[in-house]
Design a protein around this ligand. Structure first.
Ligand code: ADP
Length: 260
């Protein structure tokens, strides 16, 4: 895998706002994630963390601002020298550059682990079945599940299903991976096997990643930067060792002391 160029923004939110009726959920957000950077988003419930990921997945439209992924507009498309709101066809083209894993893994229940990982590359990227199989087997090996490749999801534990879900998302070769509370529906004894896969993606692959988590120890351990969200904005951000040990803002201090 090619090494990332240092500090080139892979994701850029510029003056982004999102509201539902009168409720402003994302409030004039400016935010960047560099190529190869691992950023964790923490913050109280309702602060807009999941919305940031849903916007990046193009599951939610924004009201103001523009977002770029790898230098290309995500929410808008260039037309006649201007940016206009993206249409569905343009969005489809951009969507495969973003991979996402959710709290609930949503694997295709009627397909084996291997078929789950082959489906997107064959149907969306147009890979041949044999190319998709090689890629899927490599990724199932990476997440430690090659021996389970012919099992259906119902025969796998929650932690194993989540690892298949990660392999499935990676099979699309996304430029950015998003993780939304991927361990919160898991039994405590299997959380480690999932966090270890994410750790491997950070340490060995330097994938650009954005993770929403309540697991402060994990965020502290693997992130390059932690962003504390409050009221749809970044209240405070910094390297984990600074943000967790010397928070500057009152709201960050309150949040961190309440969850300890
Ligand atoms: P977090 O992930 O930080 O808990 P969310 O991004 O899920 O926060 O939600 C931010 C706010 O947006 C919350 O107040 C939530 O109730 C509201 N919200 C999220 N989705 C919708 C929706 N589809 N319609 C109306 N309000 C929504």
């Amino acid at each position: 895998m090619k090494l990332p160029e240092p500090n080139r923004p892979m994701v850029r939110f510029m003056n982004v706002s999102k509201s539902y009726g009168a409720l402003t959920v994302i409030n004039n957000l400016n935010f960047e994630v560099a190529e190869g950077e691992m950023v964790s988003i923490i913050g109280p419930s309702g602060s807009g963390k999941t919305t940031v990921l849903r916007i990046l997945m193009t599951l939610e439209a924004i009201n103001e601002g523009v977002i770029y992924v790898d230098g290309k507009p995500l929410t808008h498309m260039p037309k006649g020298g201007k940016l206009v709101p993206a249409n569905e066809k343009y969005l489809r083209g951009m969507r495969s550059s973003i991979g996402m894993c959710f709290q609930h893994f949503n694997l295709f229940p009627h397909m084996t682990a291997l078929q789950n990982c082959m489906e997107g590359p064959v149907q969306v990227l147009g890979l041949s079945k044999s190319e998709a199989r090689v890629r899927a087997e490599e990724l199932l090996t990476m997440v430690g599940l090659i021996d389970k490749k012919d099992e259906h999801p119902s025969r796998l534990s929650g932690g194993q299903q989540q690892r298949v879900a990660i392999a499935r998302a990676l099979a699309m070769r996304p430029k950015v991976m998003l993780f939304d509370e991927v361990t919160s529906a898991l039994d405590p004894e299997v959380i480690g096997e999932v966090t270890n896969v994410i750790r491997k993606l950070v340490q060995e692959y330097r994938l650009t990643m954005l993770m929403v988590t309540h697991q402060m120890g994990f965020a502290r351990d693997i992130s390059d930067r932690v962003c504390f969200f409050y009221g749809g904005k970044i209240e405070e951000q910094g390297p984990p060792q600074e943000l967790f040990t010397r928070p500057q803002r009152e709201r960050t201090k309150q949040f961190l002391s309440a969850i300890k």
